[in-house]
Design a protein. Structure first.
Length: 131
């Protein structure tokens, strides 16, 4: 189904990105994001949006990266998935810093600290509900 297809496409996106084929990677990312939106697979959608944001950063397209990463962080927060949210926020802090948006950088860093303080330090599933 669409979720499997999206997974394969995201693998291609990651390979392309590593090979510095960022435009190609972005094409794959956008396709996967569309499939995941249609299938309402929020966890994988957030993950794909974070990768898309990362690719856009590599392409020096910070404003577009911002949109993807903010959405990814919001989905992570809504799902109560701190690792998804942290992945997006960490990238987001970097983009905001590049854009010299100091007040937002501080807000994002505060949120990162908040999440890290809340997380159990033990390795494991961190008390996430089983899927």
């Amino acid at each position: 189904g669409p979720q499997k297809e999206a997974k394969v496409i995201m693998s291609l996106a990651n390979v392309a990105d590593r090979e510095n084929e960022h435009e190609l990677s972005l094409t794959y990312c956008r396709r996967a994001v569309t499939l995941l939106r249609d299938s309402a697979d929020l966890r994988n959608l957030a993950s794909a949006l974070s990768v898309t944001g990362s690719v856009l950063i590599n392409l020096r397209r910070a404003p577009e990266a911002l949109v993807c990463l903010e959405e990814a962080a919001a989905i992570g927060r809504d799902l109560g998935d701190s690792s998804l949210e942290l992945d997006a926020l960490t990238l987001l802090a970097g983009v905001l810093q590049d854009l010299e948006n100091d007040s937002d950088v501080l807000a994002v860093r505060r949120r990162i600290t908040e999440i890290n303080n809340r997380r159990p330090s033990k390795i494991g599933n961190g008390g996430k509900p089983n899927e």
